[in-house]
Design a protein. Structure first.
Lengths: 395, 291
């Protein structure tokens, strides 16, 4: 088990991680999410004793990492696939790590087999592709048959076979009762791998909850309904019938309707009663990506914008009109995210309601209560930024 | 996990956090017994590391080439000119080998530590062995032993060859003390200077920067002193000339520039002191800094 209490890391004036407290439990895959620069890697480095926290502490099984008697036998980590000496053979690289913790050489050949690198065991790792590097890094993490495993972006660069393998590997490791802590930006992959999520933004904890709770707390499931395109009056009819019955109806871009708050059979019954034919009635579960985007919108440090290519254009003579920019769909426009569930109205991202501060929850800020939280004003709730949402989302 | 088990279970019982749905399952314990690690493990690991990169082969290969090549070359040149050595020790001709060869050991020493920072390997290493001081100690021992052994073999070979080649030129038979100084003494001195480079590499954490500093330390005092003609600086010039690394190295061959500088085994103690101080600094910073 990994336990962080009030973990804080400052680099000069920049606060990378602020007052972070969480637990990572054995027997489950815990996903670690957050935008670029949100402090995920810094947190991982502090867990592994590479960086010293400015305040707070993090322990593994009750001990700080650097106090563990034989750390690689208890904690395996993949931090950076390129953190190897490129001139060394894959096997020698692993052998040197094995020798450090008294692991016999035959274990090295074993893990090379597990990750499928036997063929290139005697090749210098400089020539490895990113995916092969990841496999070598995973081999190093598995070397000591550890009880706790940390993976930072393990599936970057892997082929589909490798992604499936890593997914099953993580689940199998967790099923054996190990603690598996994995960060990734690939939401679709996280959704099928992780059981539990820890989400941070700007170095602070945004969420620590079960993945299903996370999705339902941050977005709502809905039904997609489509009436015949040729008869717009049917659409109006259905809309009013559904609204009357207590449903929330939003138009979609392609003319379909997004219905929330009504179960599918009820929608069908209402349509039948209103004598409206349906072309489509489909259930939609909000994806982890939608829920994640909704939660972290305010905490994104590095936001991409559309490329105006103004730097390439010649300066216009005075008085001339600049050419009209045709907006390109998908560029510089924030995505359309599933709305929060009705019962949580004004709180688009929050821990489940009524949750008391647990034994590890919200310890005093390092530096005392007098010190202002440097991020207190930094993350505006998405609904406070009307320009972020399209008109039809405004309610 | 052997030792921390009780405390972990305790914590789990204390912290039945409300928002966790799954009860904490039994945690995994590896069937393979966990051994307590010590310096021996780190030594084995560092030995694997140093012998499995090409830069070791290249730097030591060039080092041996320079040591043996220059030693034999000067001996053969002297032998071919009918010069009489008049009872002088033939070993003095070996001084040029280590003077050039030492640059190879600077490179190897710096690369042993700094290349880990360049490649990011240091994070993997220090994750696998959180006792950072042990890693530095192991690197120092492995490098020093390797550099000392290779230099000892080279200096001994060159010494025997020189004595054999110059026998006909009336060269004297070197005494045991002279033999000891040009083999063991030079090897210790040169290996210590390489070790100093290794420690500077660990302090600077950048290969090119550390190599530049070490080459500068090796050459700059002598070069500066050569052009220090001003009268008021005479003492400074004298000091730089006598205590520059090449001058100290020549002391082992009985070829010192003046009689007032270090003599006998003096250079070895100077180098030992410098290395010890730097080791303490590197050890302290490694334990303290983020990597």
């Amino acid at each position: 088990m990994i336990e962080a209490v009030g973990l804080t890391k400052r680099y000069g004036a920049k606060t990378a991680v602020y007052n972070l407290s969480f637990q990572v439990r054995p027997g489950a895959v815990t996903g670690f999410l957050g935008p670029n620069g949100s402090g995920k890697s810094t947190t991982m480095r502090m867990i592994l004793g590479l960086d010293n926290p400015t305040a707070g502490q993090v322990t593994i099984g009750g001990h700080p990492y650097r106090r563990l008697p034989n750390a690689p036998r208890q904690v395996g980590a993949l931090l950076d696939a390129k953190a190897v000496h490129g001139g060394r053979h894959a096997r020698n690289h692993l052998l040197s790590l094995a020798q450090l913790s008294g692991i016999p050489a035959r274990r090295v050949d074993e893990v090379l087999g597990v990750v499928g690198l036997q063929e290139v065991a005697k090749k210098r790792s400089k020539g490895f592709s990113l995916g092969m590097g990841q496999r070598l890094g995973i081999a190093a993490a598995l070397l000591g048959d550890p009880q706790v495993l940390l993976f930072d972006e393990p599936i970057n660069g892997l082929d589909p076979e490798g992604i499936l393998w890593v997914r099953n590997l993580m689940k199998a490791l967790a099923a054996e009762g190990r603690t598996v802590f994995v960060s990734s930006h690939l939401m679709s992959e996280m959704a099928v791998t992780a059981d539990h999520l820890i989400v941070i933004g700007r170095g602070q904890l945004l969420a620590d909850m079960n993945i299903r709770d996370f999705i339902s707390a941050n977005s709502a499931d809905f039904a997609r309904v489509r009436t015949p395109d040729s008869e717009p009056q049917q659409r109006e009819k259905l809309t009013s019938a559904l609204t009357e019955a207590g449903g929330q109806v939003l138009p979609e871009q392609d003319g379909a309707l997004r219905v929330m708050g009504l179960p599918l059979p009820r929608i069908s019954d209402l349509a039948h009663d209103a004598d409206v034919r349906l072309w489509e009635l489909s259930p939609h579960q909000a994806s982890l990506e939608e829920a994640y985007m909704r939660m972290t919108q305010g905490a994104v440090d590095y936001r991409s914008t559309s490329d105006q290519r103004a730097g390439l254009q010649q300066e216009l003579p005075p008085g001339a009109m600049p050419p009209v920019q045709v907006p390109v769909p998908g560029q510089g426009q924030p995505g359309w995210y599933a709305p929060p569930p009705p019962q949580q109205g004004g709180q688009p991202f929050a821990m489940p309601q009524g949750q008391p501060a647990g034994p590890y929850g919200a310890p005093a800020a390092p530096g005392g209560p007098g010190e202002p939280n440097p991020y207190a004003q930094a993350a505006p709730a998405p609904h406070a930024a009307p320009d972020m949402t399209k008109p039809e989302d405004a309610r | 996990m052997s030792t921390p088990q009780p405390s972990m279970q305790q914590q789990m019982q204390q912290q039945a956090a409300p928002n966790w749905q799954a009860a904490p399952g039994p945690s995994y314990t590896s069937p393979i017994p966990i051994v307590r690690t010590h310096l021996g493990h780190a030594l084995a690991s560092e030995w694997t590391k140093i012998k499995s990169v090409r830069s070791t082969m290249w730097t030591l290969g060039v080092f041996l080439f320079l040591m043996i090549g220059l030693g034999l070359l000067f001996a053969l040149i002297t032998a071919s000119t009918d010069t009489s050595m008049e009872g002088e020790s033939p070993l003095v001709l070996g001084v040029f080998g280590p003077m050039l060869g030492i640059v190879c050991l600077i490179t190897l020493g710096v690369l042993t530590t700094a290349s880990e920072y360049g490649t990011g390997m240091i994070r993997t290493t220090l994750t696998a062995c959180p006792s950072r001081g042990r890693v530095l100690m192991a690197k120092a021992i492995v490098f020093f032993a390797l550099a000392f052994t290779v230099t000892l073999v080279a200096t001994a070979l060159v010494g025997f060859a020189q004595v054999a080649i110059l026998e006909g030129n009336g060269a004297g038979d070197p005494t045991g003390e002279e033999w000891l100084r040009v083999t063991v003494g030079v090897s210790l001195y040169v290996a210590l200077f390489g070790l100093l480079s290794l420690l500077i590499g660990s302090l600077i954490r950048h290969s090119a920067g550390a190599i530049t500093i070490m080459i500068g330390l090796f050459l700059a005092p002598l070069v500066i002193a050569m052009f220090m003609f001003a009268e008021p600086l005479k003492d400074v010039q004298q000091f730089l000339l006598e205590y520059s690394i090449p001058s100290q190295l020549s002391v082992f061959y009985g070829a010192e520039l003046s009689s007032s500088g270090p003599s006998g085994w003096g250079p070895l103690w100077i180098m030992l002191g410098m290395t010890a101080v730097t080791f303490a600094g590197a050890y302290f910073l490694l334990e303290k800094r983020d990597v």
